[in-house]
Design a protein around this ligand. Structure first.
Ligand SMILES: [Zn+2]
Ligand SMILES: [Zn+2]
Length: 258
């Protein structure tokens, strides 16, 4: 496939890519909710939530398909010869770059001017795998800065690996969907506070949906810690969830970390 030749073919490829990843994420997330008996919330999900989330998912996937297809068709990113090191460096740069970008985007979406575009995602107070990509069009386009514009910008620092970029997108799409499952899969650990700096627990983002403020990072806590937007009671709530005692109220509070 020559990337610069056929936009319709690219649209088909990227549609298959993002729809396939979405289905994989939904399948893994649903399996976890079925088989892991550590629910974050014991609260019911409103009957109307699924249709709302389905609309958001279709909007989000459409934004992904169109923007990535255009970027590949017009070769906006400088992609170098594939090698293991270029693949790994691209993946790692996007892993940390997206974390920083997402924190900034998410905080911006909670400002008075932009919060109207973020309400769609927050309709889901108790989340499920379907909640992950449930966004408005404006929010989805914001995500595309991280999915597409960020790799393009990085490619002007050094040529990136196309496969590393696609691998990171696969990781992010599936991780975002699975990470919204209403279960906890990460056990408490002596160094959980440290470990969550690069890979956080599911309860962390679940609390953002319940409380609206704080926890603007998704897959890590470092930015929330740096900018003091971290709830200090999350480890005790996480420990409770892990002990198979789901949280019973969106207003539930835990013991503060000393
Ligand atoms: Zn939010
Ligand atoms: Zn969310």
């Amino acid at each position: 496939m020559t990337l610069s030749t056929s936009l319709p073919l690219l649209l088909l490829w990227t549609a298959a890519f993002f729809l396939g990843l979405t289905l994989v994420g939904l399948a893994i997330g649903s399996a976890l909710e079925r088989w892991v008996h550590r629910r974050v919330w014991s609260l019911p999900i409103p009957a109307t939530q699924l249709a709302h989330e389905l609309r958001g998912n279709l909007t989000f996937v459409a934004a992904c398909v169109v923007t990535l297809s255009l970027a590949l068709h017009f070769q906006w990113a400088r992609c170098g010869a594939e090698s293991l090191s270029r693949f790994a460096l691209t993946f790692v740069a996007l892993f940390f770059g997206f974390q920083a970008f997402y924190y900034a985007l998410h905080r911006a979406l909670h400002t008075h001017a932009l919060v109207r575009f973020h309400r769609h995602h927050h309709e889901s107070r108790v989340t499920s795998p379907m909640s992950g990509q449930s966004t408005s069009l404006v929010e989805a386009l914001g995500w595309m800065i991280g999915y597409v514009a960020l790799p393009i910008a990085l490619s002007y620092v050094a040529p990136i690996s196309l496969y590393g970029w696609l691998a990171y997108l696969a990781f992010n799409v599936v991780g975002n969907i699975v990470g919204h499952a209403n279960v906890e899969v990460v056990p408490p650990a002596d160094l959980l506070w440290v470990q969550s700096t690069v890979a956080t627990v599911f309860t962390f983002h679940a609390l953002h949906h319940a409380r609206w403020t704080g926890h603007y990072g998704f897959s890590s806590t470092w930015a929330d810690r740096l900018f003091k937007t971290e709830w200090r009671d999350w480890p005790s709530l996480h420990a409770r969830v892990w002990a198979q005692k789901p949280l019973e109220s969106l207003k539930q509070r835990g013991e503060l970390r000393p």
